[in-house]
Design a protein around this ligand. Structure first.
Ligand code: F6R
Length: 607
């Protein structure tokens, strides 16, 4: 949600900030703005809409500036317009902000005697608070320390004071922020994507710290306002991770990254295709009698799919919760329950709070996280990284599949540790990882098949995805992918449940996609598909080669997608790659903004 960047150094700050904002745009894109030091005065330029519109506005500004802050917004308080866009200036202070100030109404009431507010935002209030604290304390570090005490909520704030226009101060709590220095250039940013063209080495600001950049220096202070040194982190990817590299969209590039991601996971966690590798890298889970998996959106869907695998193969009870629900429900502490938090960004506010709730109930927590050193990764008792690299498209593809692969591997490990399968059986399953790579590559090579189907259905107004058990969980993800980027209303439904009401929505030509990966429920789902066909639907069947052989004489479908056979742990992954392609091409034919769908943003750091 919202991206912030700050720069001080020897280059043109406007250029550095605009290029950083382009890289951060996936975090929010309804308006953007920049503040920079122009002849020792802070100049602010803002624009509604995408960063390219801000860039156009800056074209006529030829001033030289080496210090600036920038922001790309996903509106929380107030509609997207130039007044609500950041940076905000109040008194002698200018800020950009990512997060939510929860007590901004109280603060506004306290500050309204001294300040006039022009926007609807919480950020303007935080800016006034900092300005006020500085006017009282006459010391910037003490002012920021004081402001931190008053603010309730989440924030990463970059601040410029009028009387020190070459320096940027920064504080944060529960919103991500990194800092970096290369020669005389210093940066702060919401994430590494913004600065990768300069450096891959960065520092993480802790909530009890304050940092400042300027005059070639990056200085950290602890909560006693003493200067401290910090450990440096290194991002192992390259600038290519945040470039399209010839692909039309990041989403397409990221689908094509999937075999690389699988290889990363195999090489790191199970290089010898041996369950003992997994045990060494993931740990021992034999003490647990129950698992609760928590996530939002696609991460929740990964949990839903994994539930079937854990229950069926590891014979353990699994509960899957949406993080936004879990955080407000009664939790019964259980020392034999493992709480698994799934998150690509590692910053999703609801998932982070669900983690904190589980920990406050003394439960063991395991994060399955993509972004290294993110808040959920740092606060979980244990972390397994997804190794999917930077994911830029708002709709997740490779990161979702990385989550699902890690969960599948974990279910094999737990089946082994709970003595449901022996060493040989576990290793037989793991051997299929080679087949997973081969089958996925075949799907990528056959992308035209999915494009052709998309061409036939992209004008549809409504779609259904139906399946049973794990296939239903796959339908949930396929349906979300379709609706979020193509804006076609789509519903995932358990195949057997449709007839209890929802089937009334089926009309002539309604597309019903049936996902079938399991022999024991194939006939049942096929009957349900036929029930919709009898009411006029057209059918897309998505299934495996061997199930197709079983039913090939019964041509009840108009379109078919067949994936090659592989064991039950990995077949969901190949099915989802085909569904990602389908939604990608539907959105492409519709001419939608695939990487930045309306109303959305990646990394939802607000409740
Ligand atoms: C859908 C999508 C979202 C995220 C959800 C959780 O394509 O990307 O549903 O999966 O917002 O985000 P993370 O995984 O960052 O916690």
């Amino acid at each position: 949600m919202c991206g912030i960047i700050g720069y001080t150094g020897v280059n043109d700050a406007k250029k550095v900030i605009i290029s950083g904002l382009h890289a951060l745009e996936y975090r929010g894109y309804d308006s953007s703005g920049i503040a920079f030091n122009e002849n020792n005065k802070i100049k602010i330029i803002k624009s509604k809409g995408k960063v390219s519109l801000l860039e156009d506005k800056l074209k006529n500004n030829n001033s030289i500036s080496n210090v600036g802050i920038g922001h790309t917004r996903w509106a929380t308080h107030g509609e997207p317009n130039e007044i609500n866009a950041h940076p905000h200036k109040v008194g002698h202070t200018t800020v950009v902000h990512n997060g939510i100030i929860e007590n901004y109404i109280d603060l506004k009431n306290k500050l309204k005697e001294n300040y006039q507010f022009i926007s609807e935002t919480d950020t303007e209030v935080a800016c006034a608070l900092i300005d006020y604290c500085y006017s009282q304390k006459k010391d910037k570090l003490k002012a920021l320390q004081e402001a931190k005490k008053e603010i309730i909520g989440s924030y990463a704030l970059a601040i410029i004071f009028d009387d020190e226009p070459n320096v940027i101060y920064t504080i944060r709590k529960d919103s991500p922020l990194i800092l970096a220095k290369k020669n005389n250039d210093c940066f702060l940013a919401s994430d590494i994507a913004a600065i990768l063209s300069f450096t891959n080495k960065y520092y993480i600001l802790n909530p009890d710290e304050i940092a400042k950049i300027g005059n070639g220096k990056l200085i950290f202070y602890n909560d006693n306002l003493k200067e401290i040194t910090k450990d440096i982190n290194e991002y192992t990817g390259t600038i290519n991770d945040v470039m399209k590299n010839g692909y039309k969209h990041f989403m397409l590039k990221e689908i094509f990254d999937e075999p690389t991601v699988y290889n990363n996971i195999i090489n790191k966690y199970v290089p010898n295709y041996d369950v003992k590798d997994l045990e060494k890298n993931f740990g021992n889970f034999s003490k647990y009698e129950k698992i609760t998996i928590i996530g939002c959106g696609s991460a929740y869907h990964a949990g839903m799919a994994a539930k079937s695998l854990f229950e069926e193969y590891a014979n353990i009870e699994v509960n899957v919760e949406m993080a936004s629900e879990y955080r407000y429900k009664k939790v019964i502490p259980n020392s034999k329950e493992l709480i698994i938090l799934i998150s690509q960004s590692g910053e999703t506010a609801d998932t982070l709070e669900a983690l904190r709730k589980a920990k406050s109930n003394q439960m063991d927590t395991l994060g399955i996280i993509n972004v290294l050193s993110s808040s959920i990764a740092r606060e979980s008792d244990k972390v397994i990284y997804c190794l999917a690299g930077c994911e830029i498209a708002v709709a997740t593809t490779k990161a979702y599949l990385a989550q699902l692969l890690i969960l599948s591997l974990l279910s094999i490990l737990m089946a082994y540790q709970r003595k449901e399968i022996d060493n040989n059986q576990a290793n037989n399953y793991l051997k299929d990882l080679k087949l997973l790579l081969k089958n996925t590559q075949l799907i990528l090579d056959n992308k035209d098949t999915y494009e052709k189907i998309a061409k036939k259905v992209y004008q549809d107004k409504e779609m259904f995805f139906i399946g049973r058990n794990i296939d239903y969980a796959l339908c949930m993800e396929a349906s979300l992918k379709m609706k979020e980027i193509s804006y076609i209303h789509s519903e995932a439904y358990p195949a057997g449940e449709l007839k209890h009401g929802t089937i009334s929505l089926i009309e002539d030509n309604t597309l019903v996609t049936g996902i079938i990966t399991k022999q024991n429920i194939a006939a049942k789902t096929i009957s349900n598909l036929k029930e919709t066909k009898a009411r006029g639907s057209k059918i897309l069947l998505v299934t495996t080669n061997s199930l197709y052989q079983d039913y090939q004489n019964d041509k009840f479908y108009q379109e078919i997608i067949i994936v090659d056979d592989i064991n039950q742990f990995f077949v969901p992954l190949t099915i989802i790659t085909t569904m990602q392609f389908l939604s990608y091409y539907v959105a492409l034919y519709k001419g939608e903004d695939i990487d930045q769908p309306r109303n959305l943003a990646k990394s939802v750091t607000v409740e």
